[in-house]
Design a protein around this ligand. Structure first.
Ligand code: G3D
Ligand code: MG
Length: 232
């Protein structure tokens, strides 16, 4: 559904379309034909950026995506690999970007086919719940899985979600902000990946927009670096 009040989005011309893999080729200044790393949409040539949501079940991945995208997004489901797919056009730095968010439908049984899920991602949103210590303990496992499938990881936002529930749990059961920060710093140094830590609530919407804006910024910068590198 289109919300004219939102200046940052408008409806897609087509559904969750088959044109996500619209790779183009171009000549470099030296005349060689090569593959451009940026993906572009076949309909209107807009840049495509793909982000994946990872993390344990029930930490709030789908809620975060829904909160960010509002009502005006197109959703699909790839049953074979157990993912939801949502796309939305966003205006970022005066450029229309087709932002594609892949959201794991969950089941660990899909682990074998999750390679498809990671392939070609420009960014990662790793989510745990600040009131579920197991989900925090498992966060590094998710990064290892991503690394196994992708090699060097793209820009990553580490999200501690459900901060609105902090009052309802004893402090000893919660994952503190400092712990989250330490984890993000460790991961950045260990894997040499641009990462940002942020705490959110998909219920109240706190910091959700900030998390995605930051990711878009980092993904866009990383893509620009690639292109510059390619073009020379
Ligand atoms: P997942 O996609 O990671 O599996 P979901 O997680 O988005 O399906 O969320 C799991 C449950 O947690 C949902 O509750 C959802 O409403 C709730 N939830 C998600 N994010 C938050 C949050 O920030 N705060 C609070 N209080 N709840 C949150 P139900 O009851 O529908 O299972
Ligand atoms: Mg979900």
């Amino acid at each position: 559904m289109w919300h004219p009040a939102s200046p940052y989005s408008w409806p897609l011309g087509s559904g969750v379309s088959s044109n996500l893999a619209a790779r183009t080729t171009a000549r470099s200044p030296t005349g060689e034909l090569g593959e451009v790393y940026r993906l572009r949409d076949q309909d209107d040539g807009s840049k495509i950026l793909k982000a994946v949501l990872i993390g344990d079940g029930a930490v709030g991945k789908t809620s975060i995506r829904r909160n960010y995208l509002g009502e005006d997004f197109i959703e699909g489901h790839l049953a074979t690999i157990g993912v939801d797919l949502a796309t939305k056009r966003v205006l970022f730095r005066n450029e229309v970007i087709k932002f594609v968010i892949w959201d794991l439908a969950g089941q660990p049984t899909f682990e074998k086919v999750r390679g498809h899920y990671y392939h070609g991602s420009n960014g990662i949103l790793l989510v745990y719940s600040v009131v579920d210590r197991d989900s925090f303990d498992n966060a590094s496992k998710w990064l290892v899985e991503a690394y196994r499938n992708m090699g060097r990881l793209p820009p990553t936002i580490i999200i501690g979600n459900k901060i609105d529930l902090r009052d309802q749990y004893p402090q000893s059961e919660q994952v503190s902000t400092e712990e989250g920060q330490r984890f993000a710093e460790y991961f950045m140094q260990k894997l040499d990946v641009p990462a940002v830590f942020i705490e959110t609530s998909a219920k109240t919407g706190e910091n959700i927009h900030e998390a995605f804006s930051k990711l878009l910024q980092m993904m866009s910068d990383a893509e620009d670096d690639k292109s510059e590198h390619y073009i020379g």
